[in-house]
Design a protein around this ligand. Structure first.
Ligand SMILES: [Zn+2]
Length: 78
């Protein structure tokens, strides 16, 4: 799986979880499930959005082209 696909999957999980929480307002069990899916998305994003060279986490601030730490080019399709 390329980095781009990983980012899309993790953000997809985040939004799917949030949508679930909003759609099932008033149904605590389904909301907890939505929250877990959303947190899972956040966790996966944190886990996957890293520099392939030095492994340093890249922040949400922007879509990085080069690693702010080591300057390596980040290959989103590799
Ligand atoms: Zn780096």
């Amino acid at each position: 799986m390329s980095l781009r696909q990983k980012i899309m999957a993790s953000i997809g999980a985040l939004f799917a979880g949030l949508i679930l929480m909003v759609c099932f307002w008033g149904r605590p069990l389904l909301q907890i499930l939505g929250l877990l899916i959303a947190l899972d998305g956040l966790f996966l994003h944190w886990l996957w959005y890293r520099c392939p060279k030095c492994g340093k986490h890249l922040t949400w601030a922007r879509t990085w082209t080069f690693c702010p730490r080591c300057g390596a080019w980040i290959d989103y399709d590799g």
